[in-house]
Design a protein around this ligand. Structure first.
Ligand code: SF4
Length: 367
């Protein structure tokens, strides 16, 4: 038959220059990648690699590790060598660690020019070392550590100030014919952040790393990041993302992937289409949806599973999905591809859905 068309997105991706972060391409036509950052002391190599393995399993594409002390810089080589995904060293204050990270074989280094005094003098050497080792960079401008000169000029970290800082730092590298970098202009206010990235996107074809800083605990941070990334990605802006949460980094990856899946920038995997429940519900929809989600966690095939509380919209939605249940009268009608395949007592709904999902997944994997 005809090959399936890729699902529609809200806008074509902005044309950016492509760079390499180790084996992961960023920018151009490369898929938007998801990043996170380890929370272990970087010099504890085993713990750090363990967390990187967890992030990799969750679908993280690129991982960043902080490098605040000499012992962390010393650990980078072993971490970079054993990590399954490219490692970015995150450097503030000490330019010396930038060279250490490059020599350690890190895929990339994040530099924050606002935090490196006399940064301008070091650019030539950094550019040369990065070129020699095939290392890319991120110029990470941050509202909280904006260049003093710009802070004085603009009074605070406005979008204009963030962009001026980024464009200036980019030009320093470009003067030395170094182009393998992406840029971020992070702010904790999604409105300022979105304006900054929009402005920056007008100024050059640099690949952009999206982030809302200090976005907060999981609930608030998820929403702030989703709204901000959604606004930008829906206009084609953004080549790699990091959701910052005051929560375990695996949660950041889950949220990041879900944002991309929502916009069809990633293939949707398991999707639970569950109703919010209402006065018509004849079953505890929250518990049912949670149990089905938990039972199907980790499914690697795109599967839409509908969990509906009653028979009003229930059968309709359940029919649109690959698999679904519409509950009523203490029973659940189980649908597969639009056909009622059986009716089971309420107590057997979860296990039946999981059984059927596994059966469908197996078929999808073998065809
Ligand atoms: Fe209410 Fe039924 Fe719709 Fe669920 S499917 S929200 S229970 S009408």
């Amino acid at each position: 038959g005809m090959p399936a068309l890729p699902p529609p997105t809200l806008a074509p991706r902005r044309k950016t220059r492509q760079i390499k972060v180790g084996s992961v391409l960023v920018g151009g036509d490369a898929p938007v990648s998801v990043q996170s950052m380890t929370t272990t002391p970087t010099n504890d190599v085993n713990k750090t690699l363990q967390q990187i393995a967890e992030l990799t399993a969750a679908g993280c594409d690129i991982v960043r590790v902080a490098c605040p002390r000499q012992e962390d810089a010393d650990a980078l080589a072993e971490i970079a060598q054993h990590s399954q995904i490219p490692v970015i060293a995150d450097i503030h204050f000490q330019p010396g660690y930038v060279f250490a990270a490059i020599e350690a074989g890190c895929a990339a280094v994040r530099v924050n020019p606002g935090n490196i005094r006399k940064f301008d003098d070091q650019v030539k050497e950094i550019a040369q070392a990065a070129k020699d080792h095939g290392t890319s960079l991120r110029i990470g401008v941050n509202a909280g550590s904006l260049d003093k000169r710009l802070l004085e000029k603009y009074g605070k970290a406005t979008p204009e100030a963030l962009v001026e800082s980024a464009v200036w730092e980019a030009s320093l590298f470009e003067e030395h014919d170094f182009h393998d970098f992406k840029i971020s202009v992070k702010h904790n206010d999604p409105v300022v952040m979105v304006q900054a990235y929009e402005m920056l996107a007008e100024r050059g074809d640099w690949p952009l790393h999206l982030g809302v800083t200090e976005a907060g605990p999981a609930f608030q941070g998820t929403i702030k990041s989703s709204v901000a990334f959604g606004a930008l990605l829906s206009r084609g802006i953004g080549d790699t993302i990091r959701v910052s949460l005051s929560a375990p980094p695996v949660e950041e990856v889950k949220v990041g992937l879900q944002i991309l899946q929502s916009l069809n920038l990633r293939e949707r995997k398991l999707e639970i289409v569950s109703c919010p429940s209402c006065g018509r519900a004849q079953v505890d929809v929250y518990t049912l949806a949670e149990q089905v989600t938990a039972g199907l966690e980790g499914m690697e095939v795109p599967l839409r599973v509908a969990v509906m509380g009653c028979v009003v919209n229930g059968p309709g939605e359940a029919r649109e999905a690959d698999l679904g249940v519409a509950s009523g009268n203490g029973k659940g009608q189980i649908f597969v591809k639009g056909e009622v395949i059986k009716t089971v007592p309420e107590s057997a709904i979860v296990e039946t859905l999981i059984e059927e999902a596994m059966r469908i997944a197996e078929k999808m994997e073998t065809t």
